[in-house]
Ligand binder design. Structure first.
Ligand code: ZN
Length: 270
């Protein structure tokens, strides 16, 4: 395995708190030789390459498939046949990406596989790493407690990283939920617990996302995005406070073992 020659970053997060240019410069410093290419929203970019006749057929296909992979019940693994109105809704969003609505949870690996079908042949090799930022929420099935959980990221081809997932998926401090159950107001609680979780439009978003980019790259290069060390940026955090610790508070970005892996990968001849 060796580092990719081209890294495509897709910016659909639609928030100025995510500075993709800064993240690209950070990766350039880490990876040296790789070329970083920043693109628009993944779907917008790849649909815009198609001639209008094929685009229409592709939009219809994607709308059907997106409606298919919606998670309707958090504790039901099976997918049901979508209603025509749901397909129409997806179609409208595909044709007007600015109107993208929140609140829908897609199955993450199916979503990544669907998006991967849009990548042209010339960009399908392991030399190309595609990482898409999105404001879409996605989840995966948890075998242990038999329900879907929202996720920050899906490491696949392409890898998907959700800014909404970063806020919604890792759990806030336990006391937050306890106080909420006891009737405390959510807005008051958010103010009280401020800083202990990543919120929407959080000024720390760019810095935190650098770690998720590293996870996507390690997945691409080694097949394993995660580390067991909670002081390493590759730590698979399930709590907001673990995210903040691993991404913002540790003295070294990567643990010794991952520093060594990165070093050996970078010394590979091109
Ligand atoms: Zn590590």
């Amino acid at each position: 395995m060796k580092p990719p020659c081209f890294i495509y970053l897709y910016d659909a997060a639609k928030t100025d708190k995510l500075e993709v240019g800064k993240i690209a410069n950070y990766l350039k410093r880490k990876l040296g030789k790789a070329r970083l290419i920043i693109r628009d929203d993944f779907l917008v970019h790849h649909l815009s390459r198609l001639p209008s006749s094929r685009k229409e057929e592709r939009v219809d296909f994607l709308a059907r498939k997106l409606a298919d992979i919606r998670i309707r019940q958090i504790n039901e693994r099976e997918f049901s046949k979508p209603l025509p109105a749901e397909v129409e809704y997806e179609k409208r969003n595909l044709l007007n990406p600015e109107s993208k609505a929140f609140g829908i949870l897609y199955e993450g690996f199916k979503l990544a596989a669907l998006l991967g079908r849009l990548v042209p042949k010339g960009e399908l090799s392991l030399e190309c790493c595609h990482i898409a930022f999105t404001n879409q929420l996605f989840g995966t099935w948890d075998q242990n407690n038999h329900r879907y959980h929202a996720r920050v990221s899906i490491y696949s081809f392409p890898s998907l990283i959700s800014t909404v997932g970063l806020v919604e998926a890792p759990a806030k401090p336990k006391e937050f939920y306890l106080r909420r159950q006891l009737g405390s107001d959510a807005i008051v609680l958010k103010e009280e617990f401020k800083g202990r979780f990543i919120d929407y439009e959080d000024p720390r978003l760019t810095e935190v996302m650098k770690g998720y980019l590293l996870q996507a790259l390690f997945f691409h290069m080694t097949g394993d995005p995660f580390c067991k060390d909670e002081n390493c940026r590759l730590y698979n955090a399930h709590w907001q406070e673990e995210v903040i610790h691993a991404q913002l508070e540790t003295p070294h970005e990567l643990c010794k073992s991952h520093q060594a892996i990165l070093h050996s990968l970078l010394s590979f001849p091109p």
